[in-house]
Design a protein around this ligand. Structure first.
Ligand code: ATP
Length: 337
């Protein structure tokens, strides 16, 4: 049995979470869900966006599923990542059939440092003349993320890791990142993993002009956040990008999209980013067969293009699309319910 903390959160977070749990329930798994609160609605009800009870539940569970938080996202998800020491943020960018992907065969992973950089909120403050934010780069955190990226490449049969930075301008902080990146690369040279590095602005362009050349990208917090939304644009929108936040002692899986207030309550949010986050969770838990079946079923629904939400040019609802995934699962394995 796996203990899973479930935080539906706000807006479409609730809708895609409900749809995802209904699909997960069909699998041959014993998932014990504990629901927890966080986000804008939680702030309204409890006076705080991320109660200590939620943090403790997340820390105790085998894995967490998170939907979305609205205005309070920074106080919820950024804080949770720091509290749980979820240092690696994995954001796969993959083109699927039946979507608005700009290219076929895009398949790369963005490995984003999750705990420092410009996202240390306690280091941002107003000053006499305006405001300032501090960019924190530590040897420990950057070595850990670079090593994670190379290990990921090795484990998944990739041949190259690209380090992304702006070391020509941020000479000390990103200069250090680049140095650590190449020091780490040395340990993987004889294992067949090549290393290259690009400036972040050039990378933003290369993602459009030559996206198929990328396999694994590793970068600091803010750059990773921005490049992964660019990646979403490459493969047909935020409704398709899942993510994993991984630490030594815990993990949290969430779609890259937010609460999408413009479509919340309409029942038309694409559930796939959340469902694909669940696939990442199943792989993390070692349930690779169930993960593969879920992945295959999602692919089938996309290929057939009969049950797609409006963001994919269809007219199905969130629940109808999830139901279609369930039907494909049943075709793969009759013992699913
Ligand atoms: P938040 O403030 O919570 O981050 P947002 O609207 O600023 O919300 P997103 O929620 O990431 O940011 O949404 C950005 C755009 O992408 C919106 O137009 C939204 O409708 C669309 N979008 C995001 N997720 C989905 C989804 N799962 N299905 C369909 N459209 C989506």
């Amino acid at each position: 049995m796996y203990n899973i903390t479930v935080i539906p959160g706000d807006g479409i977070g609730k809708e895609v979470m409900k749809a995802t749990l209904s699909v997960l329930d069909a699998l041959n798994l014993n998932l014990n869900y504990t629901f927890a609160e966080a986000g804008d609605e939680c702030l309204e009800i409890n006076g705080e966006p991320l109660p200590e009870k939620t943090i403790q539940l997340c820390k105790k569970s085998d894995a967490c599923l998170f939907g979305a938080a609205g205005e309070t996202a920074a106080d919820v998800i950024v804080k949770l990542r720091q509290e749980m020491e979820l240092f690696a943020n994995l954001r796969p960018v993959k083109s699927y059939p039946g979507t608005n992907a700009l290219f076929e065969d895009i398949d790369f992973m963005i490995v984003r440092e999750n705990t420092e950089g410009l996202y240390k909120q306690d280091e941002e403050k107003y000053t006499e003349n305006g405001a300032e934010a501090k960019r924190i780069i530590t040897r420990q955190a950057e070595s850990r993320i670079c090593d994670y990226a190379f290990k990921y490449a090795l484990k998944h049969g990739k041949s190259k890791v690209t380090g992304v930075h702006k070391a020509n301008v941020l000479k000390k902080t990103d200069g250090l990142f680049k140095k650590i990146f190449y020091e780490t690369a040395e340990n993987y040279k004889d294992k067949g993993i090549d290393a290259e590095d690009f400036y972040v602005d050039a990378t933003a362009m290369y993602l459009i002009t030559q996206p198929k050349t990328f396999e694994v990208l590793v970068t600091t917090n803010l750059f990773g956040d921005i490049l992964s939304d660019e990646g979403a644009g490459l493969v047909g929108g935020l409704g398709l990008i899942p993510s994993a936040n991984i630490g030594e002692n815990g993990a949290l899986f969430e779609p890259v999209h937010g609460s999408a207030p413009d479509i919340a309550g309409k029942g038309i949010a694409n559930p796939l980013a959340m469902l694909l986050s669940a696939v990442m969770m199943l792989n993390y838990l070692g349930e690779t067969e169930e993960a593969e079946n879920l992945d295959k079923s999602i692919l089938k629904v996309l290929k057939e293009s009969k049950n797609l939400t409006p963001d994919l040019n269809g007219n199905s609802t969130t629940d109808e699309m999830a139901e279609a995934v369930k039907i494909e699962l049943l075709k793969l394995n009759k013992s699913y319910i």
